[in-house]
Every structure is written in C-alpha cells, then in structure tokens.
Unconditional design. Sequence first.
Length: 122
Amino acid sequence: MLSATFELLPDDGGAKERMLACARERKEKQPLSFPSAGSVFKRPKGRFAGSLIESCGLKGASVGDAEVSMLHAGFIINRGQATERDVLSLISLIQQRVFDETGVQLEREVKLLSEVSCPCIC
C-alpha cells in the first residue's frame, strides 16, 4: 500500500472523557508501576488466566525478582533485577500449579526473542 485516504468525523465531545476513563480503568486493574511484559498467558476457553492463577494462591509468588502481580495475577512484574531465568521459572511454576489444581493448561501469550525471527531486532 502506498497511500490511504481517511475521513475524519467531528468528535461528539465525549472522546476525551472515554479516553480518560479507559486510562483510569487500566491504572486500577493493571500493575503499571513496575516493568512487565503485559498479560503473560492466553485466555483459556471460557476462563480467565488471572482468575485461575489467583485461585491457586499464586498472587505474590516469586522467583528472584520476578513476581506474580498482587494487582492482577495474569501479570508477572519485575521487582528490580529479574532475569529471563527467573521469569521462565515462575511461568513454569504457575503453569504446573494451575494444571495440577484445575486441569487447565495455560499457554504463554508472551513471545521470547529467541522464539521469533524479526529482522528489526539486531
């Protein structure tokens, strides 16, 4: 595609308020105060990964400086100097515990750089 044409419509006056409401909701429900890769696991059919993790008592669980967020159990945050090994170990612990207690196999949503080939990352 070499070009595109867009038609912009006038704002009804509520766009800014909707934007601010979305930002407030994210701040209340997601651990934005610490570095993270976002939601770690895909949503299992008919379930929520964060709810399953929380039901297994894993909020606050940690390996090194990698920790399951107390705000949203679907996020792993970096409390300081978490390593890739810390994060992957915590992911494995979560997957095993959730499977053992619920029978649900959580699938990672985050991709590791070693798993993707992207010419833009050099």
